[in-house]
Ligand binder design. Structure first.
Ligand code: ADP
Length: 250
């Protein structure tokens, strides 16, 4: 069964400006670790951001677990966003806050603003955060400020923060592009292991084709807002990659 269904999605940022996504279709299944690849500027990030409506599509439909996201009221959207975790390229941590508080901020969709302002989190959420921090290898960094951590450690906090939500889908927007190749692999490994343990499907915008092929079972390739490839990782061959990445030679 598909967790996410995207139909004929079209986006332009401003009236009269060029169309960025030109009718994109795909489906993410329950067990997928799904990659969106394509050259810089192809529309990958725009596509990921349409899923939780950080970007509003102009037309097309998106269904998450059978419910239409496009056209959802703000109240329903807030509730739906609890089920969709996001991991960002630049980590999006609050630097002056501790590692623990950054992870707990992943519960903001559930905890009232006032309670979170006074840092009143239920004991079971603190225990859950500690468990996740242990699992991502940061148990002894809990009280550190986020800006004292390395890039790889910061992304580990980002992973714990996304997972404490208890998401039913994880969106990864270039999760490794601020990291060196060795750390990138460690982070992808960790995300994949944890997503598998927790049965959370992933949709990943990733510019590094090698990483996509190593970690993802399904891939779509986008070029200039048009889907050029949609299939299993094994079926992505050199010719198809060339069509996605090579400039047309006139
Ligand atoms: P990718 O993730 O594949 O690099 P993006 O989705 O970031 O591509 O960008 C696709 C195109 O949309 C680019 O031409 C970019 O300049 C444009 N774009 C992205 N975000 C905005 C925005 N907020 N306003 C206007 N144009 C944007």
């Amino acid at each position: 069964m598909s967790v996410l269904e995207v139909n004929e999605l079209r986006v332009r940022y401003n009236p009269g400006s060029p169309e960025i996504l030109k009718g994109i279709n795909f489906e993410v299944g329950e067990n997928d670790f799904f990659a969106i690849i394509g050259p810089s500027g192809a529309g990958k990030s725009t596509l990921i951001r349409c899923i939780n409506r950080l970007v509003e599509p102009n037309s097309g439909k998106i269904y998450f677990k059978g419910n239409e996201i496009t056209g959802m009221s703000n109240r329903k959207l807030r509730i739906m966003r609890r089920d969709i975790g996001m991991i960002f390229q630049e980590f999006n941590l609050i630097d002056r806050m501790s590692v623990m508080d950054n992870v707990l901020s992943g519960r903001l969709g559930y905890t009232g603003n006032l309670r979170s302002f006074f840092k009143i989190f239920p004991r079971k959420e603190i225990e859950k955060a500690l468990k996740l921090l242990d699992r991502v290898g940061l148990r002894d960094q809990v009280d550190k400020r986020a800006d004292e951590l390395s890039g790889g450690q910061r992304q580990r906090v980002g992973i714990a923060r996304a997972l404490i939500q208890g998401p039913k889908l994880l969106l990864l927007d270039e999760p490794t592009s601020s990291l060196d190749p060795k750390i990138s692999k460690e982070i992808m490994n960790l995300i994949k292991e944890m997503a598998t343990e927790l049965n959370v499907p992933c949709l990943c915008n990733i510019h590094d084709v090698q990483l996509a092929m190593e970690f993802c079972n399904k891939i779509i390739g986008i070029k200039d807002g048009v889907k050029m490839f949609d299939g299993s990782t094994e079926s992505l061959n050199k010719q198809k990659l060339d069509e996605i990445y090579l400039m047309e030679v006139l």
